[in-house]
Design a protein around this ligand. Structure first.
Ligand code: DAH
Length: 347
Protein backbone atom coordinates (compact mmCIF):
# COMPACT_ATOMS: atom_id res chain seq x y z
CA UNK A 1 0.00 0.00 0.00
CA UNK A 2 2.83 2.30 0.90
CA UNK A 3 4.40 1.64 -2.41
CA UNK A 4 1.18 2.22 -4.30
CA UNK A 5 0.82 5.60 -2.62
CA UNK A 6 4.42 6.55 -3.41
CA UNK A 7 3.96 5.50 -6.99
CA UNK A 8 0.77 7.49 -7.29
CA UNK A 9 2.57 10.54 -5.90
CA UNK A 10 5.40 10.18 -8.36
CA UNK A 11 3.02 9.69 -11.25
CA UNK A 12 0.92 12.67 -10.25
CA UNK A 13 3.91 14.98 -9.79
CA UNK A 14 5.17 14.05 -13.20
CA UNK A 15 1.84 14.82 -14.83
CA UNK A 16 1.68 18.11 -12.95
CA UNK A 17 5.14 18.94 -14.22
CA UNK A 18 4.19 18.46 -17.86
CA UNK A 19 0.70 20.01 -17.65
CA UNK A 20 0.76 22.78 -20.23
CA UNK A 21 -2.38 24.68 -19.29
CA UNK A 22 -4.86 25.18 -16.48
CA UNK A 23 -7.32 22.71 -17.90
CA UNK A 24 -4.79 19.90 -18.04
CA UNK A 25 -3.75 20.71 -14.48
CA UNK A 26 -7.32 20.56 -13.28
CA UNK A 27 -7.75 17.18 -14.98
CA UNK A 28 -4.79 15.94 -12.94
CA UNK A 29 -6.37 17.29 -9.74
CA UNK A 30 -9.65 15.57 -10.42
CA UNK A 31 -7.93 12.35 -11.43
CA UNK A 32 -5.70 12.04 -8.33
CA UNK A 33 -7.41 13.96 -5.56
CA UNK A 34 -11.05 13.53 -6.57
CA UNK A 35 -13.52 11.30 -4.74
CA UNK A 36 -13.21 8.64 -7.36
CA UNK A 37 -9.41 8.98 -7.56
CA UNK A 38 -6.87 6.26 -6.76
CA UNK A 39 -5.81 7.74 -3.42
CA UNK A 40 -9.36 7.62 -2.10
CA UNK A 41 -9.47 4.10 -3.42
CA UNK A 42 -6.32 3.19 -1.46
CA UNK A 43 -7.69 4.75 1.70
CA UNK A 44 -10.87 2.74 1.33
CA UNK A 45 -8.77 -0.43 1.63
CA UNK A 46 -7.35 0.74 5.01
CA UNK A 47 -9.97 -1.23 6.88
CA UNK A 48 -8.05 -4.31 6.06
CA UNK A 49 -4.91 -3.03 7.77
CA UNK A 50 -3.84 -3.74 11.31
CA UNK A 51 -4.53 -1.11 13.97
CA UNK A 52 -0.83 -0.41 14.09
CA UNK A 53 -0.39 0.22 10.43
CA UNK A 54 -3.59 2.21 9.94
CA UNK A 55 -2.45 5.56 11.40
CA UNK A 56 0.88 5.29 9.59
CA UNK A 57 -0.86 4.70 6.30
CA UNK A 58 -3.30 7.47 7.10
CA UNK A 59 -0.48 9.88 7.71
CA UNK A 60 1.30 8.79 4.54
CA UNK A 61 -1.85 9.16 2.48
CA UNK A 62 -2.28 12.69 3.83
CA UNK A 63 1.33 13.49 3.02
CA UNK A 64 0.88 12.26 -0.53
CA UNK A 65 -2.32 14.33 -0.88
CA UNK A 66 -0.56 17.39 0.50
CA UNK A 67 2.41 16.90 -1.80
CA UNK A 68 0.22 16.56 -4.86
CA UNK A 69 -2.01 19.46 -3.75
CA UNK A 70 0.97 21.71 -3.06
CA UNK A 71 2.53 20.88 -6.38
CA UNK A 72 -0.73 21.61 -8.20
CA UNK A 73 -0.99 25.00 -6.46
CA UNK A 74 2.53 25.93 -7.42
CA UNK A 75 2.04 24.86 -11.00
CA UNK A 76 -1.28 26.68 -11.14
CA UNK A 77 0.39 29.94 -10.08
CA UNK A 78 3.04 29.42 -12.77
CA UNK A 79 0.49 28.68 -15.47
CA UNK A 80 -1.65 31.67 -14.47
CA UNK A 81 1.33 33.96 -14.63
CA UNK A 82 2.29 32.57 -18.03
CA UNK A 83 -1.29 33.05 -19.25
CA UNK A 84 -1.24 36.73 -18.21
CA UNK A 85 2.16 37.22 -19.81
CA UNK A 86 0.96 35.61 -23.05
CA UNK A 87 -2.18 37.79 -23.07
CA UNK A 88 -0.12 40.92 -22.51
CA UNK A 89 2.30 39.96 -25.27
CA UNK A 90 -0.63 39.40 -27.63
CA UNK A 91 -2.26 42.70 -26.79
CA UNK A 92 0.87 44.75 -27.12
CA UNK A 93 0.26 48.04 -28.92
CA UNK A 94 2.88 49.27 -31.31
CA UNK A 95 2.71 52.99 -30.73
CA UNK A 96 5.03 53.63 -33.64
CA UNK A 97 2.51 52.30 -36.19
CA UNK A 98 1.08 55.08 -38.35
CA UNK A 99 -2.55 55.94 -37.42
CA UNK A 100 -5.60 55.75 -39.66
CA UNK A 101 -6.33 59.08 -41.32
CA UNK A 102 -9.85 60.33 -40.76
CA UNK A 103 -10.85 62.56 -43.66
CA UNK A 104 -11.88 65.98 -42.40
CA UNK A 105 -14.82 67.63 -44.13
CA UNK A 106 -14.47 70.93 -45.96
CA UNK A 107 -16.80 73.83 -46.63
CA UNK A 108 -19.26 73.44 -49.49
CA UNK A 109 -18.11 75.32 -52.62
CA UNK A 110 -21.09 77.69 -52.29
CA UNK A 111 -20.17 78.44 -48.69
CA UNK A 112 -16.62 79.14 -49.81
CA UNK A 113 -17.76 81.54 -52.52
CA UNK A 114 -20.16 83.32 -50.15
CA UNK A 115 -17.42 83.72 -47.55
CA UNK A 116 -15.00 84.98 -50.16
CA UNK A 117 -17.50 87.57 -51.41
CA UNK A 118 -18.43 88.57 -47.85
CA UNK A 119 -14.76 89.09 -46.97
CA UNK A 120 -14.22 91.17 -50.08
CA UNK A 121 -17.13 93.51 -49.34
CA UNK A 122 -16.47 93.65 -45.59
CA UNK A 123 -13.00 94.87 -46.60
CA UNK A 124 -14.72 97.74 -48.44
CA UNK A 125 -16.77 98.72 -45.37
CA UNK A 126 -19.95 96.74 -46.01
CA UNK A 127 -21.99 94.93 -43.35
CA UNK A 128 -23.63 91.55 -43.84
CA UNK A 129 -27.43 91.68 -43.51
CA UNK A 130 -29.97 88.89 -43.48
CA UNK A 131 -33.71 88.57 -43.91
CA UNK A 132 -36.43 85.91 -43.75
CA UNK A 133 -36.83 83.28 -46.45
CA UNK A 134 -40.59 83.22 -45.91
CA UNK A 135 -41.32 86.78 -46.96
CA UNK A 136 -44.27 89.11 -47.26
CA UNK A 137 -45.45 90.01 -50.72
CA UNK A 138 -44.98 93.64 -49.68
CA UNK A 139 -41.21 93.39 -49.13
CA UNK A 140 -40.56 90.90 -51.93
CA UNK A 141 -42.44 92.87 -54.58
CA UNK A 142 -44.49 95.93 -53.66
CA UNK A 143 -41.82 97.93 -51.84
CA UNK A 144 -39.48 97.13 -54.72
CA UNK A 145 -41.73 99.03 -57.12
CA UNK A 146 -43.55 95.91 -58.25
CA UNK A 147 -47.21 96.51 -57.34
CA UNK A 148 -49.72 93.66 -57.61
CA UNK A 149 -50.43 92.86 -61.24
CA UNK A 150 -47.13 94.34 -62.45
CA UNK A 151 -46.05 92.35 -65.51
CA UNK A 152 -42.44 92.14 -64.26
CA UNK A 153 -43.65 89.85 -61.44
CA UNK A 154 -43.78 87.16 -64.14
CA UNK A 155 -39.98 87.30 -64.36
CA UNK A 156 -39.90 85.50 -61.02
CA UNK A 157 -42.42 82.65 -60.77
CA UNK A 158 -43.16 82.35 -57.07
CA UNK A 159 -44.08 79.80 -54.41
CA UNK A 160 -46.94 81.49 -52.56
CA UNK A 161 -47.87 80.28 -49.08
CA UNK A 162 -50.84 82.58 -48.61
CA UNK A 163 -51.98 85.48 -50.74
CA UNK A 164 -49.63 87.80 -48.84
CA UNK A 165 -46.71 85.45 -48.03
CA UNK A 166 -44.32 83.61 -50.28
CA UNK A 167 -40.88 82.02 -50.37
CA UNK A 168 -38.74 85.01 -51.30
CA UNK A 169 -37.83 85.01 -54.99
CA UNK A 170 -34.72 87.14 -54.51
CA UNK A 171 -32.64 88.73 -51.74
CA UNK A 172 -33.79 92.23 -52.72
CA UNK A 173 -36.42 92.41 -49.90
CA UNK A 174 -33.48 92.58 -47.47
CA UNK A 175 -32.65 95.97 -49.07
CA UNK A 176 -36.07 97.26 -48.09
CA UNK A 177 -35.97 95.86 -44.55
CA UNK A 178 -32.49 97.29 -43.95
CA UNK A 179 -33.35 100.73 -45.29
CA UNK A 180 -36.47 100.86 -43.11
CA UNK A 181 -34.26 100.15 -40.07
CA UNK A 182 -32.13 103.20 -40.93
CA UNK A 183 -34.97 105.70 -40.42
CA UNK A 184 -34.17 107.61 -43.60
CA UNK A 185 -30.53 108.26 -42.68
CA UNK A 186 -27.52 107.06 -44.63
CA UNK A 187 -25.09 105.64 -45.20
CA UNK A 188 -26.33 102.11 -45.82
CA UNK A 189 -23.71 99.65 -47.06
CA UNK A 190 -24.75 96.02 -46.98
CA UNK A 191 -24.45 92.72 -48.71
CA UNK A 192 -27.09 90.06 -48.08
CA UNK A 193 -26.39 86.44 -48.91
CA UNK A 194 -29.23 83.92 -48.71
CA UNK A 195 -31.47 81.28 -50.20
CA UNK A 196 -34.14 82.18 -52.72
CA UNK A 197 -36.92 80.14 -54.33
CA UNK A 198 -38.53 80.11 -57.77
CA UNK A 199 -41.03 77.90 -59.51
CA UNK A 200 -38.56 76.73 -62.13
CA UNK A 201 -38.08 73.25 -63.49
CA UNK A 202 -34.65 72.02 -62.40
CA UNK A 203 -32.16 71.56 -65.22
CA UNK A 204 -28.47 72.29 -65.89
CA UNK A 205 -28.93 76.04 -65.37
CA UNK A 206 -32.10 76.29 -63.26
CA UNK A 207 -32.90 75.28 -59.71
CA UNK A 208 -36.10 75.89 -57.74
CA UNK A 209 -33.88 76.93 -54.83
CA UNK A 210 -30.58 78.72 -55.17
CA UNK A 211 -28.37 81.31 -53.47
CA UNK A 212 -28.13 85.01 -54.15
CA UNK A 213 -26.01 87.83 -52.84
CA UNK A 214 -27.53 91.28 -52.85
CA UNK A 215 -25.55 94.48 -52.46
CA UNK A 216 -26.87 97.92 -51.53
CA UNK A 217 -25.22 101.28 -50.95
CA UNK A 218 -27.32 104.35 -50.09
CA UNK A 219 -25.74 107.70 -49.24
CA UNK A 220 -25.49 111.25 -50.46
CA UNK A 221 -23.93 111.64 -53.94
CA UNK A 222 -23.78 107.98 -54.87
CA UNK A 223 -23.34 107.76 -58.64
CA UNK A 224 -23.29 105.12 -61.35
CA UNK A 225 -19.47 105.38 -61.38
CA UNK A 226 -19.45 104.12 -57.76
CA UNK A 227 -21.40 101.09 -58.90
CA UNK A 228 -19.13 100.29 -61.84
CA UNK A 229 -15.96 100.88 -59.78
CA UNK A 230 -17.20 98.57 -57.03
CA UNK A 231 -18.18 95.84 -59.47
CA UNK A 232 -14.86 96.12 -61.25
CA UNK A 233 -13.03 95.46 -57.97
CA UNK A 234 -15.38 92.54 -57.35
CA UNK A 235 -14.82 91.03 -60.82
CA UNK A 236 -11.04 91.31 -60.64
CA UNK A 237 -10.82 89.87 -57.14
CA UNK A 238 -13.18 86.99 -57.93
CA UNK A 239 -12.06 86.09 -61.42
CA UNK A 240 -8.58 87.55 -61.89
CA UNK A 241 -6.94 90.94 -62.31
CA UNK A 242 -6.97 90.65 -66.11
CA UNK A 243 -10.78 90.61 -66.27
CA UNK A 244 -12.77 93.60 -67.48
CA UNK A 245 -16.41 94.42 -66.89
CA UNK A 246 -19.03 95.77 -69.24
CA UNK A 247 -22.38 97.34 -68.34
CA UNK A 248 -25.33 96.83 -70.69
CA UNK A 249 -28.66 98.64 -70.36
CA UNK A 250 -31.35 96.45 -68.85
CA UNK A 251 -34.56 96.68 -66.86
CA UNK A 252 -35.43 95.97 -63.23
CA UNK A 253 -38.43 97.69 -61.63
CA UNK A 254 -36.39 98.56 -58.51
CA UNK A 255 -33.50 100.31 -60.27
CA UNK A 256 -33.30 103.22 -62.71
CA UNK A 257 -31.21 103.05 -64.76
CA UNK A 258 -30.72 99.28 -64.68
CA UNK A 259 -27.78 97.36 -66.08
CA UNK A 260 -26.70 93.85 -66.80
CA UNK A 261 -23.06 93.35 -65.83
CA UNK A 262 -20.78 91.15 -67.93
CA UNK A 263 -17.18 90.09 -67.37
CA UNK A 264 -14.69 89.56 -70.15
CA UNK A 265 -14.35 85.93 -71.21
CA UNK A 266 -11.44 84.11 -69.59
CA UNK A 267 -10.75 82.05 -72.71
CA UNK A 268 -10.58 84.79 -75.36
CA UNK A 269 -10.10 87.92 -73.18
CA UNK A 270 -12.98 89.75 -74.91
CA UNK A 271 -12.21 88.77 -78.51
CA UNK A 272 -15.04 86.26 -78.90
CA UNK A 273 -14.95 82.45 -78.78
CA UNK A 274 -17.20 79.40 -78.33
CA UNK A 275 -17.49 79.78 -74.56
CA UNK A 276 -18.81 83.36 -74.75
CA UNK A 277 -20.71 82.60 -77.97
CA UNK A 278 -18.60 85.07 -79.89
CA UNK A 279 -19.51 88.06 -77.70
CA UNK A 280 -16.26 88.22 -75.70
CA UNK A 281 -18.28 88.71 -72.50
CA UNK A 282 -20.28 86.60 -70.04
CA UNK A 283 -23.23 87.89 -68.04
CA UNK A 284 -22.70 87.73 -64.27
CA UNK A 285 -25.24 89.91 -62.45
CA UNK A 286 -27.95 92.55 -62.48
CA UNK A 287 -27.54 96.02 -60.97
CA UNK A 288 -28.60 99.63 -61.14
CA UNK A 289 -29.29 102.89 -59.32
CA UNK A 290 -31.93 102.42 -56.64
CA UNK A 291 -35.27 103.63 -58.02
CA UNK A 292 -36.53 106.85 -56.34
CA UNK A 293 -39.83 105.05 -55.56
CA UNK A 294 -37.93 102.32 -53.68
CA UNK A 295 -35.97 104.93 -51.67
CA UNK A 296 -39.21 106.79 -50.88
CA UNK A 297 -41.10 103.67 -49.77
CA UNK A 298 -38.16 102.72 -47.51
CA UNK A 299 -38.20 106.16 -45.84
CA UNK A 300 -35.33 107.86 -47.71
CA UNK A 301 -35.66 111.23 -49.43
CA UNK A 302 -34.64 110.65 -53.09
CA UNK A 303 -33.82 114.36 -53.39
CA UNK A 304 -31.09 113.95 -50.77
CA UNK A 305 -30.06 110.33 -51.08
CA UNK A 306 -29.16 108.09 -53.97
CA UNK A 307 -27.87 104.57 -54.09
CA UNK A 308 -26.85 101.60 -56.15
CA UNK A 309 -27.78 97.95 -55.83
CA UNK A 310 -26.75 94.68 -57.39
CA UNK A 311 -27.83 91.08 -57.17
CA UNK A 312 -26.02 87.94 -58.23
CA UNK A 313 -26.60 84.20 -58.24
CA UNK A 314 -23.92 82.52 -56.15
CA UNK A 315 -24.12 79.28 -58.15
CA UNK A 316 -23.57 81.22 -61.36
CA UNK A 317 -20.48 82.90 -59.91
CA UNK A 318 -19.13 79.52 -58.73
CA UNK A 319 -19.89 77.91 -62.10
CA UNK A 320 -17.99 80.64 -63.94
CA UNK A 321 -15.10 80.67 -61.49
CA UNK A 322 -14.59 76.90 -61.41
CA UNK A 323 -15.90 75.93 -64.85
CA UNK A 324 -18.87 73.88 -63.54
CA UNK A 325 -21.38 72.96 -66.23
CA UNK A 326 -24.44 71.87 -64.23
CA UNK A 327 -26.04 73.70 -61.29
CA UNK A 328 -27.35 70.38 -59.90
CA UNK A 329 -23.81 69.39 -58.90
CA UNK A 330 -24.12 71.81 -55.98
CA UNK A 331 -27.03 69.92 -54.46
CA UNK A 332 -26.30 66.27 -55.29
CA UNK A 333 -23.76 65.82 -52.48
CA UNK A 334 -21.51 63.75 -54.71
CA UNK A 335 -18.26 63.42 -52.82
CA UNK A 336 -16.25 63.29 -56.06
CA UNK A 337 -17.52 66.76 -56.91
CA UNK A 338 -17.17 68.20 -53.41
CA UNK A 339 -13.65 66.80 -52.94
CA UNK A 340 -12.35 69.10 -55.64
CA UNK A 341 -13.00 72.08 -53.35
CA UNK A 342 -10.91 70.70 -50.52
CA UNK A 343 -8.96 73.26 -48.56
CA UNK A 344 -5.70 71.56 -49.45
CA UNK A 345 -6.30 69.78 -52.76
CA UNK A 346 -7.93 70.72 -56.02
CA UNK A 347 -8.40 74.14 -57.65
N1 DAH B 1 -33.32 90.80 -57.72
C1 DAH B 1 -32.86 90.55 -59.07
C2 DAH B 1 -33.18 89.11 -59.47
O1 DAH B 1 -33.28 88.29 -58.63
C3 DAH B 1 -31.38 90.78 -59.17
C4 DAH B 1 -31.04 92.20 -59.00
C5 DAH B 1 -30.95 93.04 -60.10
C6 DAH B 1 -30.84 92.74 -57.74
C7 DAH B 1 -30.66 94.36 -59.95
C8 DAH B 1 -30.53 94.07 -57.59
C9 DAH B 1 -30.44 94.88 -58.73
O2 DAH B 1 -30.32 94.64 -56.40
O3 DAH B 1 -30.17 96.18 -58.58
O4 DAH B 1 -33.31 88.86 -60.63
Amino acid sequence: MQETLKKLQEEALQKIEVASDLKELNDVRVAYLGKKGPITEVLRGMGKLSAEERPKMGALANEVRAAIGGSIEKKQAQLEEAAVAAKLAKEKIDVTLPGYTVKAGNPHPLTKIIEEIEDLFIGMGYEVAEGPEVEQDYYNFEALNLPKGHPARDMQDSFYITEETLMRTHTSPVQVRTMLNHDGKGPVKIICPGKVYRRDNDDATHSHQFMQIEGLVVDKNIAMSDLSGTLEVFAKKMFGEDRMIRLRPSFFPFTEPSVEVDISCKICAGKGCNVCKGTGYIEVLGAGMVHPNVLKMAGFDPEVYSGFAFGMGVERIAMLKYGIDDIRHFYSNDIRFLKQFDRYEGQ
